[in-house]
Design a protein around this ligand. Structure first.
Ligand code: ADP
Ligand code: MG
Length: 258
């Protein structure tokens, strides 16, 4: 089980009188993929950082698996938009570092495991041995995904993980993430931030739209898994959902649950 509950969470930053997050209430179920979406500055990263335990609510509580939580933990792996990897470690060592936090096994065993994880995200051979700066942004994000799976936390938190890569790479990485997630026996609970509507719909069970620090709308995505991108984009419901999300991003909806 790996649930997250935002229990009436509000966050204010220092003397900044604007409240970044206001009375945020959300129950996230085990094995769910949730996206936070909304325009820049609406509080997406703040909400994610509360879940990560990197920010403590000014009011309200974050509850992980029925426990009030106010600090980071190995139960929650985090991927940020940039600077996710340690630049002073090779790609293999980045993954190895995560494995060492999780397993007390001989180095050789963990090395093989790290190499296997990197192979699975398409980083092979020499690419494993070089520093992250020697490979493209898209490949670095693959390594970051491998490292997240290496840490094997029941909860994955990702802040705009695919924002820095081109459109085609972005789609590859989305499918890669879903493939790995679907193969897991105990599926991870994933919370991710994006400002890309298509990405949110394709990946998520529910999309949470934030507007000026408040939840404006929560939209359940009805498409069955395993999802085929083309297929769902051709459904009439897809356009309805997309339009609703667009509207919810732009303006405050009154009574916006659907
Ligand atoms: P998003 O990720 O949706 O772009 P953020 O959660 O980063 O939004 O920010 C929400 C609001 O909080 C914004 O108004 C932003 O300016 C403010 N904010 C974010 N981080 C800080 C900080 N460290 N100090 C002061 N204000 C902040
Ligand atoms: Mg942000």
């Amino acid at each position: 089980m790996s649930t997250i509950l935002y229990d009436n969470v509000s966050v204010s930053y220092g003397t900044n009188e604007k409240t970044a997050l206001k009375n945020f209430n959300l129950q996230i179920n085990s094995g769910e993929i949730i996206s936070f979406i909304g325009s820049s500055g609406c509080g997406k990263s703040t909400a994610l950082n509360v879940a990560a335990g990197l920010l403590t609510p000014t009011n309200g509580e974050l509850v992980v698996d029925d426990l009030i939580t106010r600090s980071p933990g190995i139960d929650r792996g985090v991927v940020f938009q940039n600077y996710s990897l340690f630049p002073w470690m090779s790609n293999l060592d980045n993954v190895l570092f995560a494995l060492r936090q999780r397993y007390d096994l001989p180095n050789k065993t963990l090395q093989a495991k790290a190499a296997d994880l990197l192979d699975r995200v398409g980083i092979s051979g020499n690419f494993q041995k070089v520093y992250p700066s020697k490979i493209s942004g898209g490949m670095q994000q693959r390594v970051a995904i491998a490292r997240m799976f290496a840490l094997d936390s029941p909860i994955f938190l990702m802040d705009e993980p695919f924002a820095a890569v081109d459109e085609i790479t972005r789609k590859h990485l989305q499918s890669l993430l879903l493939d790995l997630w679907e193969k897991e026996e105990n599926r991870k609970t994933i919370v991710m931030v994006t400002h890309n509507i298509e990405e949110a719909i394709y990946l998520s069970d529910r999309v949470v739209v934030l507007h000026e620090g408040e939840i404006n709308s929560v939209v359940a995505i009805p498409f069955e898994r395993h999802r085929n991108r083309r297929e769902i984009e051709n459904k009439s419901e897809y356009l309805m959902i997309k339009n609703h999300l667009l509207q919810a991003i732009e303006e405050k909806i009154v009574g916006g649950e659907r």
